[in-house]
Write a protein that binds this ligand. Structure first.
Ligand SMILES: Nc1ncnc2c1ncn2[C@@H]1O[C@H](COP(=O)(O)OP(=O)(O)O)[C@@H](O)[C@H]1O
Ligand SMILES: [Mg+2]
Length: 332
């Protein structure tokens, strides 16, 4: 395994022959530094996964980073044909174990532009279809897909994370907003807060209830800034930092919550599109669907309640509050 998917032992080894290093001005929120470089005339992007500078890596809590774990275990190589993941080499620095880095093909031309416009219905349908393709590919996998746990995924944007970051003296924007947003939710949407705030302190009832439904490999961050479409219609998927075993519909719920302003169809329609894609690929969803989607939609507000609070009690938050109330009836 280690020979097939080698992990280099220094960032320097990853960058042999690299010239013209320039910082990438990109929409990421993790604090990660990215550079564009040229190697043998081709353009690449290097992402430094540095636990000292990146709150999202600290929150995920995987030594050496999840991306390196996925690479080492052959999981990135086992993705279905619908997906392009651009990583071509990875390093975990022997001298500085808190530092890893990945070398990627430069896929800038394929990425969804970082603007406010909705994406097209066609592209949205394709993303949902390809999301289902990933889930189905790992439905009964023999690979070790336990990387980030569902519990850590539900704690990623929690008061605990914000407090840990504050204690480190980190001044990243997202942890500061998370710290402000959770108390804000209690005044903006008290009914929603009464359900999700206890869960963002202890997600066990949610995680345990989901554990009675099927699991597969989930990516954990199907945000439009992490997505693209290549010239053959395949989906480019970046930013593999919160992957692991989880409920397939948790990826879907995250997609609906984080991309809400740019979706070209209703959430109900997107959910139906995704479910049909699972069924088309041979998954019988009937036995578990209602339970899992109900819990996952509640779970998305456990991840984004802090963020939804900032826009006030609008249609978006009302929709999620309804889902939280319904989902609460399904808790373990
Ligand atoms: N391989 C790549 N080719 C071109 N652009 C990239 C590549 N990887 C990342 N980027 C750009 O950098 C941004 C941040 O990278 P990402 O891995 O998503 O970091 P973060 O964890 O900060 O979100 C992406 O949204 C994308 O615009
Ligand atoms: Mg990203």
């Amino acid at each position: 395994m280690s020979d097939r998917y080698p992990v280099l032992d220094s960032v320097d080894a990853l960058l042999v022959g690299a010239t013209g290093r320039t910082p990438l001005d990109a929409p990421g929120k993790s604090g990660a530094v990215l550079d564009r470089v040229t190697i043998d005339g081709a353009s690449y992007v290097v992402k430094y996964l540095d636990h000292e500078g990146d709150w999202s890596l600290r929150a995920a809590g995987v030594p050496g980073s999840s991306t390196v774990a996925l690479w080492r275990r052959g999981i990135l190589a086992a993705l279905p044909d619908e997906i392009v993941q651009p990583i071509v080499a990875v390093a975990h620095d022997r001298e500085r174990p808190t530092l890893a880095a990945v070398l990627m093909d430069d896929v800038a031309e394929t990425l969804v532009p970082a603007v406010d416009d909705p994406i097209t219905i066609e592209q949205n349908d394709r993303f949902l279809d390809h999301m289902a393709a990933v889930h189905v590919a790992f439905w009964d996998t023999d690979l070790d897909i336990d990387v980030v746990t569902p519990t850590d995924r539900y704690l990623e944007l929690s008061p605990r994370m914000a407090a840990a970051e504050a204690a480190l003296g980190s001044d990243h924007l997202v942890p500061r907003l998370v710290a402000q947003g959770w108390p804000l939710l209690e005044t903006v949407a008290p009914k929603a807060a009464a359900i999700v705030v206890p869960l963002v302190h202890d997600p066990a009832p949610l995680v345990n209830a989901l554990a009675a439904t099927p699991s597969t490999l989930i990516h954990g961050n199907w945000k439009l800034d992490n997505l693209g479409t290549d010239s053959e219609g395949r989906t480019v998927l970046l930013d593999w930092e919160t992957p692991g075993r989880g409920a397939a519909t948790a990826d879907l719920a995250w997609y609906l919550a984080i991309n809400c302003r740019r979706l070209p169809v209703s959430k109900e329609q997107a959910i139906a599109t995704y479910r049909a894609a699972l069924e088309r690929r041979g998954i019988d969803t009937a036995p578990w669907w209602d339970t899992q989607i109900g819990l996952s939609l509640l779970g998305a507000l456990v991840q984004f309640g802090w963020e939804k609070a900032f826009s006030g009690y609008d249609d978006e938050l009302v929709w999620w509050e309804q889902r939280a109330i319904e989902g609460a009836a399904l808790l373990a």
